[in-house]
Design a protein around this ligand. Structure first.
Ligand code: CTP
Ligand code: MG
Length: 229
């Protein structure tokens, strides 16, 4: 099986508010993108890696990818992203060779995602008879349905999970799903499911949280520092 990962890193990081494209912000001294790529190039299975970057930062991105890859990978590509995540994923899928059977789509903003999570999703796709797979964690807060500031009811959280990336799919089916997509879905599994695909979950990992706000960046930096000490 040919495996590939599309890392979407073309977002601007508006909510982080630093004024630099988010994937190019340092997290405890190393760029977010470099941290996100680390588990991909340390994998023992050959993996094709496509990074989708802001068009103004393609050369910077190529340097980050080359440094992270070393001699470890057969194929990498860096391509410009779209105006939204949906367009960026499509740009990444478009340059994958047809020999790829399993593709994972991953947010660079989840830069502390452990290698084991990529392996879990790849293994599930390989044995999954055409299904898509998402890493998921149980919801721990009590969840309420509201109308404005009125709390309507408590939602049964035993039937809810929070989902992360990487999300994994058979490449041809994910390409078809994106081609048919209306762009209203908020993740790749949503696109896949809207096209009739079956999606299942595998266990997620707390470290695969998405850096969205300055508080998240601080949390990521504390985790990195606690690992080093
Ligand atoms: N992304 C992308 N292309 C876009 C928008 C988002 O590749 N046009 C990527 C981001 O780089 C990120 C992932 O999708 O890795 C999740 O997006 P998000 O956390 O929303 O990042 P940003 O869009 O950069 O942040 P914000 O929404 O705060 O601007
Ligand atoms: Mg965004």
């Amino acid at each position: 099986m040919d495996r590939a990962v599309v890392v979407v890193a073309a977002g601007s990081g508006t909510r982080l508010g630093i004024g630099t494209a988010k994937a190019f912000v340092p997290v405890a001294g190393q760029l977010m993108l470099a941290r996100a790529l680390e588990p991909l190039f340390s994998s023992s299975s050959p993996t094709l890696v496509v990074v989708v970057a802001p068009s103004a930062l393609l050369e910077d991105c190529r340097r980050v990818v080359a440094t992270a890859a070393g001699a470890a990978v057969a194929y990498t590509a860096v391509v410009p992203g779209g105006t939204d995540r949906h367009g960026s994923v499509q740009a990444g899928l478009a340059v994958l060779p047809d020999s790829v059977t399993a593709v994972l789509v991953h947010d660079a903003a989840r830069c502390l995602t452990p290698a084991a999570q990529f392996d879990r999703v790849f293994d599930a796709v390989a044995s999954g008879a055409g299904a898509g797979y998402v890493p998921a964690l149980p919801v721990t807060d009590t969840i309420k349905r509201v109308a404005g500031d009125v709390v309507v009811e408590t939602v049964d959280r035993s039937a809810l999970v929070g989902v992360q990336t990487p999300q994994g799919f058979p490449l041809d089916a994910l390409r078809r799903a994106y081609a048919a997509s209306t762009q209203s879905e908020t993740d790749d599994a949503g696109v896949f499911q809207a096209a009739g695909g079956t999606v299942r979950s595998v266990p997620g990992d707390a470290d695969a949280f998405k850096i969205t706000t300055p508080w998240d960046l601080g949390r990521a930096e504390s985790i990195v520092r606690s690992r080093a000490s």
